[in-house]
Design a protein around this ligand. Structure first.
Ligand SMILES: [Zn+2]
Length: 306
């Protein structure tokens, strides 16, 4: 179903045209069989690279680090007018009007601006996230894709350091997360393949993610879908987003050209020579005895999400 909203009608028609054009070009990969992740490298050589994403973050081997503070700008601003689209691989939200959120600081070299956000999920609640923590998978993972303003939206995906993905894992809650009410309703309107919808006043990025963003893992990696470009600084936040089983299930209603999109997560990739860093701004003495600190890190991860 397509909802047109007043003066945004013309823009929306163009938007749907571009979506269909874009979608037609992107239907050559999937998550099963001959189109599945193990075959992506046949058409997209970068998918065979040595710094691919997602990865399994083993907390006993991360490097504690003390980056400058991450600065989030406009994350609290109301998202007044956004689009939601089903591109056959995921559900993508873009901001159609209004100031775009920005981020800088932390491991980032430059200022990054919001491009889009999307999700990855699995056929049941035990799997679905792309990145894992200590071999543990989560039911859903949100990727907020932001581009380096020094390169611009078009060129950033082709240049090292061009993108950062703010990654938020979800945890199951017995209650609905009411900050997702509007978004969940919007999902029902884009269940059909290549359908799109506009939504007004869906809350803020702070509402859709979490404001507890001082603790995170970070590493250099790639896009998790073709062309798998190795241009992404990943920031994987430790604090999870609570969603109910019903809310997670709403994502599994999305249609592809081959039926429901029950799963869209890429298998974990080798870390190879990369280092994974751990930032915890609430810790006052990161240079203290690291051995016991590492032993406590996994416990901290569980504690911070309870
Ligand atoms: Zn993604």
């Amino acid at each position: 179903m397509v909802l047109l909203a007043g003066c945004f009608g013309c823009e929306f028609v163009v938007f749907v045209f571009l979506l269909r054009l874009f979608g037609a070009q992107c239907q050559d990969f999937g998550y099963e069989g001959a189109e599945g992740p193990s075959h992506w490298g046949e058409k997209y050589s970068q998918c065979l690279g040595k710094h691919q994403s997602p990865i399994d973050i083993e907390t006993h081997s991360v490097i504690w680090i003390n980056y400058p503070e991450l600065h989030f700008e406009q994350f609290g601003a109301l998202l007044r007018n956004v689009s939601l689209e089903n591109n056959g691989h995921t559900v993508v939200m873009k901001i159609l009007s209004g100031e775009k959120p920005r981020i800088h600081g932390g491991p980032l070299k430059g200022v990054y601006e919001f491009g889009q956000l999307h999700f990855h999920w699995g056929p049941n609640d035990t799997i679905g996230s792309e990145n894992q923590i200590d071999h543990h998978s989560f039911p859903l993972e949100m990727h907020v894709v932001m581009f380096n303003t020094a390169y611009g939206l078009e060129n950033a995906p082709k240049i090292a350091g061009g993108l950062t993905v703010l990654s938020f894992l979800t945890s199951l809650s017995p209650l609905n997360n009411h900050q997702y009410d509007k978004f969940e309703n919007g999902l029902h309107h884009v269940e059909q393949l290549l359908s799109a919808n506009t939504m007004q006043n869906v809350g803020s990025l702070d509402d859709l993610t979490t404001t507890q963003r001082r603790t995170y893992f970070t590493y250099e990696g790639s896009l998790t879908t073709p062309p798998c470009s190795e241009v992404v600084t990943w920031i994987e936040f430790v604090k999870t987003i609570p969603l109910s089983k019903a809310q997670v299930n709403s994502f599994r209603m999305i249609d592809t050209k081959k039926g429901r999109l029950t799963h869209n997560y890429r298998p974990i990739q080798p870390i190879n020579d990369r280092r994974i860093f751990y930032q915890n701004s609430s810790q006052s003495n990161l240079q203290g005895s690291l051995a016991p600190a590492m032993a406590l890190l996994a416990a901290l991860f569980l504690l911070i999400n309870t």
